[in-house]
Design a protein around this ligand. Structure first.
Ligand SMILES: Nc1nc2c(c(=O)[nH]1)N(C=O)[C@@H](CNc1ccc(C(=O)N[C@@H](CCC(=O)O)C(=O)O)cc1)CN2
Ligand SMILES: Nc1ncnc2c1ncn2[C@@H]1O[C@H](COP(=O)(O)OP(=O)(O)OP(=O)(O)O)[C@@H](O)[C@H]1O
Length: 201
């Protein structure tokens, strides 16, 4: 497939999947988020994972609300992505606690108000839970198109677990990939757990 038809197909998949995700009913959304939270906290790695980055859901993304509550209950340290104020396309990860002030960024996504003293080096996290639009059975992920997580992962050691959470409808047999795509180690959906061994880089 040519580079331009690959990019075109990726855009079509993004558009179609985001539309299907937005069409989910509130009850379907809630059931899905609860099911993923139960699977996530029952996974054998949960007990040994202390510093976790996740995100605040938008646009029909699987809600992270139950997961955030469960992690705080289990005394995990949570972090959220913040758009880098100068470095376009890059993310910072900032501590998220119940009292953290949340603001809406220029892309319409909620994030903590930037406080440099609460920003944490991503290499020192145990796990990054990424938002995603679509994924495939090989662990490839397609995001909203900003390249934020591919950039984050491109200089990250394999000791940081790369995890996705998604609705079942976001799964494709095989996605068209780009050379910069960074595959995930594990993806939870309401009905399945996908796991791939970490690749040493
Ligand atoms: N919940 C959540 N947080 C996240 C991400 C995400 O995918 N989901 N990101 C993952 O990387 C980063 C933000 N990435 C984004 C990339 C592109 C667009 C985007 O194109 N949004 C609009 C148009 C933006 C506008 O209003 O100007 C769109 O939906 O078309 C949004 C976010 C960081 N935080
Ligand atoms: N490691 C990287 N260094 C520099 N540019 C990159 C890197 N990874 C991706 N990009 C650029 O980011 C752009 C968007 O990438 P892509 O379409 O894969 O984003 P995405 O995975 O859908 O988004 P996100 O990770 O933000 O959810 C591409 O044009 C690509 O050139």
């Amino acid at each position: 497939m040519s580079e331009s038809s690959c990019q075109h197909l990726r855009q079509t998949i993004r558009h179609q999947t985001r539309e299907r995700r937005r069409a989910l009913l509130d009850t379907q959304q809630q059931q899905a988020a609860t099911a993923v939270c139960s699977r996530f906290t029952a996974h054998p790695n949960f007990a040994n994972t202390h510093a976790i980055a996740l995100y605040l859901s938008v646009d029909g993304e699987l809600s992270t609300a139950p997961l955030i509550e469960a992690c705080w209950q289990a005394k995990k340290q949570l972090y959220l992505p913040v758009l880098h104020p100068f470095c376009k396309g890059h993310l910072l990860f900032q501590r998220y606690q119940p009292h953290t002030t949340i603001v809406t960024n220029r892309l319409g996504i909620n994030e903590p108000q930037l406080n440099c003293s609460e920003v944490h080096p991503v290499n020192q996290l145990d796990m990054v839970i990424t938002p995603l639009v679509a994924f495939d059975r090989q662990g490839n992920r397609l995001g909203m198109g900003g390249g934020f997580y591919d950039r984050t992962f491109s200089h990250l050691g394999s000791h940081v677990q790369r995890v996705g959470i998604a609705h079942d409808l976001q799964c494709y047999p095989k996605l068209p990939t780009a050379i910069w795509d960074q595959p995930l180690n594990r993806i939870f959906t309401p009905s399945e757990l996908f796991e791939w061994p970490a690749k040493s880089v």
